[in-house]
Write a protein that binds this ligand. Sequence first.
Ligand code: ATP
Length: 318
Amino acid sequence: MTTTAAAIEVAGLTKSYGDHTVLDGVDLTVPEGTVYALLGPNGAGKTTIVNILATLLTPGDGEIRVNGFDVRQQPAEVRAAIGVTGQFSAIDELLTGRENLWLMADLAHLDRASAATAVTGMLERFDLVDAADRRAQTYSGGMKRRLDLAMTLITGPRLIFLDEPSTGLDPRSRRGLWAIVREQVADGVTVLLTTQYLDEADELADRIGVLDAGQLVAEGTAAELKRRVPGGHVSVQFADGAALTAAAAAYPDAVTDLETLTLQVPNDGSIAGLRRVLDGLDDDVVAGLTVESADLDDVFLALTGHAVEAPESKEIPA
Ligand SMILES: Nc1ncnc2c1ncn2[C@@H]1O[C@H](COP(=O)(O)OP(=O)(O)OP(=O)(O)O)[C@@H](O)[C@H]1O
């Protein structure tokens, strides 16, 4: 059996400011080469976790290892292993995009030839060639995000932290950013991202941790989380009303819609649950069926008792 090493291991993490507890015993493990999304509303503690993992903030209690290194004892080793893109960018607005990238390459002690190749490669990959020699202050919001991410990735970190990477981006820029994250993962990079967007977690993450008021209230794949809450159903369409009425008698929990000739049978989305529904149906009278799962909005509401608020920031143009 092969076991995958953990890129991030956190056990019993706490953090308080005075008597304000910000993290209250967080446990999480992120295997190498996977994407983990910390999902939570403003103030849940997502940035605090990222900053602790990135050695930018001291933890309270807990065991925290990044790439096998203890964040308290071996912060230099941790820093060498990671790339971080935070909510506040590392860009120097007075420098050009190219100069910003060179600065990062120099800080990482790349030799000149490797740095030159890396800078050119990043400008091309992030669609910044035309703007490369303009000051970053003239860039649009989406371009700044791309430059910021290029600066994080230029040294080829195997573990990256993305703190709310697409907050404020327009839909096209978000998709572009998701594609870049997927490329990284295809190369074996581990990604920890924080997000307030359910669809982002759903799209990108292998596992999702739902963080609320400093506690991980649930963890699992998007499918596992969706199965934990009501809202999923199998929608069965019948050939005629008589068949629908006959079938409805066998499913007392189901909702019957005579107009559309459908029966909505509550279902937890599991194979076993689906089989139970299908076993009671006769092939001849069923015209079609669809399986609808609860979405992450339902999950969040069920787990935390409140809905995810839409992020407040305004959209940044591409
Ligand atoms: N230096 C600090 N002193 C006191 N409280 C702080 C400090 N930094 C963060 N907090 C508090 O910690 C809590 C968690 O903040 P954090 O930034 O981690 O949340 P978040 O989930 O990342 O939210 P956001 O999306 O708004 O960044 C908040 O209640 C915040 O007010």
